[in-house]
Design a protein around this ligand. Structure first.
Ligand code: CA
Length: 234
């Protein structure tokens, strides 16, 4: 069942939402602090986030922008809850990356309908618990990788790289695309950095099987079943 995260400092409202969402069969996590929201979202990776605009430390708009810059969580639908009803505020919320906008006071059925709509819009990958490519198995909940039965230890960047490749096997990802989507928009790293992390990823993965990571000269990388790749010979 879908996990809904509520980021809201008004306890009465949060509890009312929690009660009603649980009654509908959702799992619910509530976080009242704006400062802790991001860590909490990364930990639980919810299916949808109800994000209050007015929070004591960080505003909902700031949190939303941060979510959109974190590759692991950037695709999670965000519904802003707000007392602000001005058109300009609405635009500000949506341009910060919110998917939807609900003005307080709202009715519970209205919010439930919005949640359903946004869950439908969400990419499949969010509810997916694992990725499998040949003998490589990626547990997206526990964030662990296995090859056959052997546990493969990967650093967080290698994990995200492999996840991106495994989401669309055969597709060649450019270094620029990988940089933007694995490292995020706001970080400056050279495109050679991708090569360094691919090398580490290969080293860890290939101890227990053939090299499925394909180098495409002057372009980028893919994960592919045919493991005789001309360009892999560097
Ligand atoms: Ca509030």
């Amino acid at each position: 069942m879908a996990l809904v995260m509520i980021v809201e400092d008004e306890e009465a409202l949060a509890l009312l939402l929690k009660y009603n969402l649980e009654k509908e069969g959702y799992e619910v996590v509530w976080e009242s602090s704006g400062n802790k929201a991001l860590a909490c979202i990364e930990k639980y990776c919810p299916s949808v986030i109800l994000l209050d605009w007015m929070l004591p430390e960080l505003s909902g708009v700031e949190i939303c922008k941060m979510i959109r810059n974190k590759p692991d969580i950037k695709d999670i639908p965000v519904i802003m809850l707000t007392a602000k009803s001005e058109e300009e505020d609405k635009i500000k919320g949506l341009s910060a990356g919110a998917d939807d906008y609900v003005t307080k006071p709202f009715s519970v059925p209205e919010l439930l309908a919005r949640i359903k709509t946004n869950l439908r819009r969400a990419p499949e990958i969010i509810t997916q618990k694992e990725l499998v490519f040949e003998d490589i198995h990626m547990d997206l909940v526990e964030k662990k990788v296995f090859r056959g039965n052997k546990y493969i230890h990967l650093g967080p960047t290698e994990f995200r790289l492999l996840k991106m490749l495994m989401e669309t096997p055969g597709k060649v990802f450019s270094r620029e695309y990988l940089l933007k989507n694995v490292w995020g928009n706001n970080i400056y790293v050279e495109s050679r950095t991708v090569d360094v992390h691919i090398r580490r990823l290969r080293r860890s993965l290939n101890e227990s099987g053939p090299d499925y990571i394909r180098t495409v000269r002057a372009t980028g990388y893919a994960i592919d079943k045919n493991n005789h790749f001309e360009d892999n010979k560097e």
